[in-house]
Design a binder for this molecule. Structure first.
Ligand code: ADP
Length: 236
């Protein structure tokens, strides 16, 4: 569906309720429409619902109420199996603690989603070589995660998230475990893929420095979008 014209990802009245204690709304009526190539940052204090939002948009978790639509496909209409297939093909995820497979090299980690998706050896070789180069890790391709620094591991994780050319890459606190120099390198890498390949990113972070790269920043408080701003911080 490369000629898809509508929003690439949207959610309507998205609500997540946890029946703990007196009950807790982790998300309340979240409305979002994200276009192809947008760089979206989700800011908010700890506990404001950022991870919950990303996990539901990524199809890892289900909403209590409301809808998520990815390229015209409604999550509520998909079985668990179909949602898993959609997730594998259309969503790339990056996490705070990298989540690489320890028994695979950098190169093998990057190619892993392509193997799951059934790509052939030649395509995997070409795509992983391109991605390794794009994230600046040619020299480290045969290293295992335990032999890489945190910043290098996160670069492998970003390359892996991009391997299947997903519609959207979701990153949950991707620099939360890195120092300020490495954080900046990672932000610039996201920005490079966004500018050069038109990749759509949604990044949840505490780090206000990410806002300068964002087309749209949404500010979550207690599970609600309180404000939307552009890269200068002006409300949209
Ligand atoms: P953030 O990513 O902004 O730190 P979260 O999405 O992790 O926020 O959490 C939002 C709220 O939902 C918090 O109050 C958290 O305690 C609560 N929450 C998250 N997951 C669960 C769960 N599995 N059960 C009950 N409450 C949860």
């Amino acid at each position: 569906m490369s000629n898809w014209q509508g929003p690439i990802l949207s959610c309507h009245e998205l609500t997540k309720f946890y029946p703990v204690g007196d009950g807790l709304f982790a998300l309340k009526n979240v409305e979002l429409e994200i276009r192809q190539g947008q760089f979206v940052v989700v800011m908010g204090p700890s506990g404001s619902g950022k991870s919950t939002l990303l996990n539901i948009l990524g199809g890892i978790d289900r909403a209590t109420y409301g809808e998520v639509i990815l390229r015209g496909r409604k999550y509520s209409r998909l079985s668990e199996d179909d949602l898993a297939i959609l997730r594998r093909k259309e969503i790339g995820m990056v996490f705070q603690f990298f989540n690489l497979l320890p028994e695979l090299t950098a190169l093998e980690n990057i190619g892993f989603p392509m193997r799951l998706a059934g790509y052939g050896d030649k395509e995997i070789r070409e795509r992983t070589a391109y991605l390794l180069d794009a994230v600046g890790l040619q020299e480290r391709k045969n290293h295992y995660p335990s032999e890489l620094s945190g910043g290098e591991q996160q670069r492998v994780a970003i390359a892996r998230a991009l391997a299947n050319r997903p519609a959207v890459v979701l990153a949950d606190e991707p620099t939360g475990n890195l120092d300020s120099v490495r954080s900046k390198e990672i932000m610039q890498l996201f920005s490079k893929f966004n500018k050069e390949e038109g990749q759509t990113f949604i990044i949840a972070t505490h780090d206000r420095n990410f806002m300068e790269y964002a087309d749209l920043t949404i500010h979550l408080v207690d599970g609600e979008i309180r404000e939307r701003s552009d890269r200068s911080g002006a409300p949209i």
